[in-house]
Design a binder for this molecule. Sequence first.
Ligand code: ATP
Ligand code: MG
Length: 332
Amino acid sequence: MTRIFSGIKPTGHLTLGNYLGAIRGWAEVDQYRAESVFSVVDLHALTVDHDPARVRRLSRQAATLLLAAGIDPERSVLFVQSHVDEHARLSYLLECVASDGEMRRMIQYKEKSVVEQARGGSVRLSLLTYPVLMAADILAYGADEVPVGDDQTQHVELTRDLAVRFNQRYGHTFVVPRATRPEVGARVMDLQDPTSKMGKSHESGAGIVYLLDDADVVRKKIMRAVTDSGSEVVFDREGRPGVSNLLEILAACEGGSPEGLSGAYESYGALKKDVAEAVVELLRPVRERHKALVADSGYVEGVLRGGAERARGMARPTVDAAYRAIGLLPAV
Ligand code: ATP
Ligand code: MG
């Protein structure tokens, strides 16, 4: 059976981009067709300036939202990355097959290191090595597929390269995974700056729809979305990024293609209204289930405890095999 792995970082409140690009597919499709492992990858949240109490809070919230989105712990393994030591163990071995140069070529490193410097901080070494830890997350589970949004494809490519290189040097140890992406919604853009990706760690929230925003806040953010000059509703990501983003969000909510939907609208205002209602309806059940789960924190804890146990059992044999293959003396 196909095995999949994917994760989400507790670096901020989860967004519509996270939901459409990743989580919805995990909950509605992936876990029914494959053996699925999903993780709140909290070690990755330490790569940038962070507040410890906030990371803890966001980790619990992310796990709760994944359950609210429909991840079924009977079907899928759901756990917090730092509860399973195998990730960090394997990451070090992969650092020994990765090169400094290939890390520096990662687009996300380039983008995020600039942000950290602009904030006046130093760039943490872990921001540079973060894609290696992500490779360890994936390879430890022998995942065949990694369902992610567009921005993660380069990291999954790196994961493939590291797996192939390790296998060639030290003997077959890892499954070589591939990224999969949703047809629409793989790159939801910021509503206030539609040339950059909607990202949960971005500072200004006006262009970001959070999964836990009230319905009225969602409506307001969408009605105030930046649109393009001209008034015709056409789908053209390059020339009309604002309107195209709205069409893509609508298509992701309601089905159909963004090009097809564009013909149905004569004005930006009418389009925004429909997008707002579609997003509110899309998120309503998630928010309602989230509320119920928050009231039952013992349940979420139990899921994470069981998930970590299952995850350890899955990852351990592969990571132990990698230890042996690379030349480390087994402990007796
Ligand atoms: P950060 O700003 O901290 O990087 P993020 O919003 O990019 O946060 P991640 O935890 O890095 O979220 O990514 C979780 C998943 O959500 C990944 O599969 C990623 O590709 C996907 N994703 C993130 N942002 C978007 C987006 N704007 N559109 C579609 N998918 C997205
Ligand atoms: Mg990201």
